[in-house]
Design a protein around this ligand. Structure first.
Ligand SMILES: *[C@@H]1O[C@H](CO)[C@@H](O)[C@H](O)[C@H]1NC(C)=O
Ligand SMILES: *[C@@H]1O[C@H](CO)[C@@H](O)[C@H](O)[C@H]1NC(C)=O
Ligand SMILES: *[C@@H]1O[C@H](CO)[C@@H](O)[C@H](O)[C@H]1NC(C)=O
Ligand SMILES: *[C@@H]1O[C@H](CO)[C@@H](O)[C@H](O)[C@H]1NC(C)=O
Ligand SMILES: *[C@@H]1O[C@H](CO)[C@@H](O)[C@H](O)[C@H]1NC(C)=O
Ligand SMILES: *[C@@H]1O[C@H](CO)[C@@H](O)[C@H](O)[C@H]1NC(C)=O
Ligand SMILES: *[C@@H]1O[C@H](CO)[C@@H](O)[C@H](O)[C@H]1NC(C)=O
Ligand SMILES: *[C@@H]1O[C@H](CO)[C@@H](O)[C@H](O)[C@H]1NC(C)=O
Ligand SMILES: *[C@@H]1O[C@H](CO)[C@@H](O)[C@H](O)[C@H]1NC(C)=O
Ligand SMILES: *[C@@H]1O[C@H](CO)[C@@H](O)[C@H](O)[C@H]1NC(C)=O
Ligand SMILES: *[C@@H]1O[C@H](CO)[C@@H](O)[C@H](O)[C@H]1NC(C)=O
Length: 490
């Protein structure tokens, strides 16, 4: 008899919509053979559920285990404004959906719930669940952070398996791999990276790296330790990072955003109540931020690394009055932290080299990528270019440079490919520091050469570029030619 009912139910599913929908099932438990994936309602295509259908599906997960849940809920019409699907995790945090194509979730002990409320539409629905009997993989890595660090530690989200110990408490933010991440799969996959408030997977789970990202805040451990694991199966979270610091360093910061990806975007920071910050990250300093524009109020401090009390790695500071002439400005380093105090501002940043094309007068600085970081970055050539379609008077004032171990620094100003200035410094031909060199041209390069693996302290140059009238440029060129001819007589 019960067999007949079962068959009847299956047939009903295959024939489209059930008048009242299937009975709401009890909790989902791991099968005896956990390699088996559990599929609901039937083990092939999703099934259409009728209007006004409500059911909560509970996923049970034993202590120390995890489950991977894929939900599909596609409405026949997108007319309802209320969510048709709610996913409630083990911390009772809710994600709402009006449409779920193939949404992946990870639940740990104390489970999670999926709530279907079809409202006024038919919904094609399916749940897939797979259980895993261990949370952390073998060989975790250990990271120590200290209140005296000027450079934050970075933990890649991919295959994260890490225990962090701080001197005081651990602070973490997520830096995503893409900028405009709403709805991006690679960012939603950060649901698989869980952050535990303690030394192992049995500690309280604070939530996922995805929730941390969306919180726009740092999460802080209650004790000295924090653990980060990516759950199975390992979905693609490549390029996203967790930025880890000692809370002693970041305790003044309220809102703290992680900014990643590679196009131009405005970041709004609100420090009206409490200092507010955002950090960007570039592996080995390969890319830089171009700080284009700051509007609003407050003071924006920029650090090569994390915040330091001593400000030893402070690279620039901007307030309302100084923004105009000082921007755009290239900001280098591995982690860059922008801290706003006492105001609300919109900061425009371009992550590709938007600073290299000059249109207006600028007054700023040029540094190597590791300047003030005390990091050993691997590269043998670090080139920076400035170009303009009209002549500019460039001035360069070298303040400090590390020329040890065969390093060299070349500065070239050229006009229509004719060098106006070309100097190369090394340890046997050192520069005069604090001396202004200038030249008029439409192209300026700074090239720093060093051994790939060497420790580099880098350089700092005060830099200006001032637009000149075409006629000045021509006569100046003439003087140079004349000077060259004239020196030729001796
Ligand atoms: C468990 O399930 C997997 C996949 O469905 C299958 O390959 C395996 O043979 C099963 N193991 C046992 C002991 O039944
Ligand atoms: C976590 O709890 C489970 C179940 O109580 C236990 O088997 C496991 O050893 C614990 N893990 C750690 C690291 O203590
Ligand atoms: C409902 O919205 C989703 C996502 O925006 C879209 O892919 C789908 O085609 C829409 N469905 C209908 C029936 O309009
Ligand atoms: C839901 O499906 C039933 C059966 O196919 C159909 O009669 C009804 O019009 C559908 N309702 C909506 C809102 O699409
Ligand atoms: C971290 O600190 C602990 C002691 O607090 C030490 O035993 C361990 O070696 C350190 N690990 C690293 C990677 O520095
Ligand atoms: C900076 O932003 C303000 C407001 O959006 C705008 O008016 C101004 O032109 C921008 N300046 C630059 C140099 O982009
Ligand atoms: C710079 O790093 C070296 C190790 O690479 C360390 O010995 C030194 O103390 C650091 N200097 C500063 C100022 O942090
Ligand atoms: C370029 O600027 C520098 C510094 O202000 C100045 O000394 C120099 O005369 C200028 N060059 C020309 C050709 O105007
Ligand atoms: C500098 O370069 C010379 C010639 O290439 C080489 O012999 C020497 O070992 C290098 N010195 C250092 C410190 O790398
Ligand atoms: C410095 O540069 C000069 C000219 O290129 C070269 O002859 C000399 O060997 C270099 N010295 C070092 C220490 O690299
Ligand atoms: C640079 O070259 C272009 C075309 O080759 C010419 O039109 C322009 O006048 C030159 N500029 C200067 C400053 O000599």
């Amino acid at each position: 008899m019960s067999f007949c009912i079962f068959v009847f139910l299956l047939l009903a599913f295959f024939n489209g919509v059930l008048a009242d929908g299937p009975l709401c099932p009890g909790p989902f438990n791991p099968p005896n053979n956990i390699s088996t994936q559990v599929v609901y309602p039937v083990s092939n295509n999703p099934v259409t559920f009728p209007t006004d259908y409500n059911c909560v599906y509970q996923i049970n997960v034993p202590q120390g285990w995890s489950s991977y849940v894929v939900v599909t809920a596609i409405p026949s019409s997108n007319t309802t404004n209320a969510p048709i699907l709610q996913v409630i995790d083990f911390n009772q945090k809710v994600e709402n959906f009006q449409y779920a194509g193939y949404e992946e979730f990870y639940f740990i002990a104390s489970g999670g719930r999926i709530k279907l409320s079809t409202q006024s539409t038919n919904v094609t629905f399916q749940i897939l669940v797979k259980w895993y009997s261990n949370i952390p993989p073998f060989n975790p890595s250990f990271v120590n952070v200290s209140a005296s660090d000027s450079q934050p530690s970075i933990v890649g989200a991919s295959y994260a398996n890490c225990h962090v110990t701080a001197e005081t408490r651990v602070s973490a933010i997520t830096i995503p791999s893409v900028a405009n991440f709403q709805g991006t799969d690679r960012i939603k996959n950060l649901r698989s990276v869980l952050i535990f408030d303690g030394s192992n997977e049995n500690s309280t789970c604070l939530g996922s790296a995805y929730q941390l990202l969306n919180s726009n805040r740092q999460w802080v451990s209650t004790g000295k330790t924090l653990s980060i694991f990516q759950l199975q199966p390992h979905t693609d979270v490549s390029g996203s990072q967790l930025l880890i610091q000692d809370f002693e360093i970041t305790k003044e910061i309220g809102e703290y955003q992680g900014i990643g990806g590679s196009w131009s975007w405005p970041v709004v920071i609100d420090a009206s109540k409490q200092a507010s910050a955002f950090s960007t990250y570039s592996h080995d300093g390969w890319s830089s931020d171009c700080l284009l524009n700051i509007t609003g109020t407050g003071t924006l401090d920029v650090y090569n690394g994390g915040i330091t009390q001593s400000k030893s790695n402070l690279i620039a500071s901007y307030s309302e009055s100084s923004n105009g002439v000082n921007l755009p400005q290239t900001i280098r380093g591995v982690v860059r932290t922008y801290v706003l105090t006492g105001g609300v501002a919109t900061v425009q940043i371009n992550s590709f080299n938007g600073c290299g094309l000059l249109t207006n007068n600028v007054e700023g600085f040029i540094t190597s990528r590791e300047y003030k970081t005390n990091l050993t970055l691997r590269y043998s050539k670090d080139s920076q270019w400035y170009l303009s379609n009209a002549p500019f008077n460039y001035t360069l004032n070298l303040k400090t440079v590390d020329l040890s171990q065969n390093k060299s620094l070349q500065m070239t100003i050229s006009n229509n490919e004719t060098n106006v200035l070309n100097v190369v410094y090394n340890s046997s031909n050192p520069p005069m520091l604090n001396t202004v060199l200038s030249g008029i041209g439409n192209d300026m390069k700074v090239i720093y050469l060093a051994h790939y693996d060497s420790k580099k302290d880098g350089f700092y140059i005060d830099f200006t570029a001032t637009k000149v009238k075409e006629s000045t440029a021509k006569s100046y060129r003439f003087i140079i030619i004349f000077a060259i001819l004239w020196t030729g007589f001796f």
